[in-house]
Design a protein around this ligand. Sequence first.
Ligand SMILES: Nc1ncnc2c1ncn2[C@@H]1O[C@H](COP(=O)(O)OP(=O)(O)OP(=O)(O)O)[C@@H](O)[C@H]1O
Ligand SMILES: [Mg+2]
Length: 451
Amino acid sequence: MIYFLAEDEYHYSSESITALREEYHLKEIVMFPDLDKIRSSVESGKAIGFISPAMPETINPMFKSTNFFEVIELKNRCGLLTTGQERVGISETVALKEKLGIQIHKPTLTLKDYGGAEDLIEEAKKVWIKERYGFTIKGFMLAGIPGTGKSHFAKCMAGETNRFLVELNLSQIMELPDTIYRIGLIFEYFINNPGRYIIWIDEIEKMLVGEKSIQVLGTLLTKINDLNSVGNGQKEASSLFVIATANNITDIAMRFPEFTRYGRFDLLIFMLPPTEENASNIFNLYINKAMEKFKEEKFVKMFKFALAGELEESGSVAHSIQENIISSVDKEIRSSFISMSETEILSDPLFIQIRDRIIHDSIFTFNVELFVQKASVAYGNYTTANRFIYTPAEIEFIVEDVFFTHFFRPTTDFSGNEYNARLIEKYQPLQVTMKSALQKMQGAAINFKKL
Ligand SMILES: Nc1ncnc2c1ncn2[C@@H]1O[C@H](COP(=O)(O)OP(=O)(O)OP(=O)(O)O)[C@@H](O)[C@H]1O
Ligand SMILES: [Mg+2]
């Protein structure tokens, strides 16, 4: 029995049905069959086909395990979109997300936004070199402590190597009865749109649920690798590289040990917190970013508050900036500034002149070296493999706090021992609060390279 799997409404038009009947020598094609219709068709003994947008097992689970039907997939007329979706102007982006669980980004982040981690970057470079010399590359699996920059790495790597970042949410299509069909559609997309991609499967352990998931993921990874060479019907060679990330490696190791076998990925990496030196680099990276952001977005708000005399906390850096701003702007101009929009102010030459002078003069007195040293002493017993006690994500968060304090809260000895000690106590590192869980995680990653 032939069963046409067809999503596009075009295939249900009388024109298409007639053509199908002739091509497959069928007496009749029954649309949207249910079990009764299938039964009576079989009993009639005629050559009858069926057409439906859903797989036969959605009618009855028994069709899944038998070869009762020969399922023939009919492609949509407009690629990924059905005729109707194309007509009402659904964008391909929306269709990709809703039907296939994929989101395509073009990241602007590059490795300049990735602090420290020379070893990891070195490993990544080796892989690209391998590709350049015609070797097949597969991808990385990144496991490790939360906040060590696994997801961030996928984004920075995509920007750095000028690839599209394809975020794949397999959980979404894994829940549907026609998972395999949808995976086929994902590959059709790559075949029709040859290019350079990073396929990003974030938090892969969340997709490894249920019996079929390991098989689905295995198929997917193999297919991705196969696509890296011309053939398989695509017009040009694509370069698809997988970055999978995982938090709970323990779970994967217990339930699906074959998943991390050698050969599945080019490299299995377990991300540790940064070394002290790299931690300082990450601090400086975020301090510079905070300064930049302050200049581009935040200073203009402060400027408006200052002109209205609202930065009142006396003794704070903000307060002295207020005095500075007020004395730099004549009274008449002051009111015109207050009525201007932020965008207008941002391009005003007087504003730019005042802003650049103030930012230049307001020395950011946070002492990274002192903080790193004090934190290492305070939590010395808790660190993993002699790494720094805070993860990059925590460092980013602390910088935000310090930066805010610097401008908006009065503080007498900002770079002194007392302030730093308070800061360290305020932010209990994850490596302290989750010590045993993190150790367990690391223990499960035996065949992972610790970087
Ligand atoms: N090496 C790094 N350099 C600069 N920033 C970093 C780095 N690592 C992480 N970050 C910052 O920390 C944030 C959190 O990192 P990310 O989301 O990549 O962590 P993760 O390892 O994926 O954590 P989780 O396991 O919780 O998903 C990022 O958005 C980024 O801003
Ligand atoms: Mg993540």
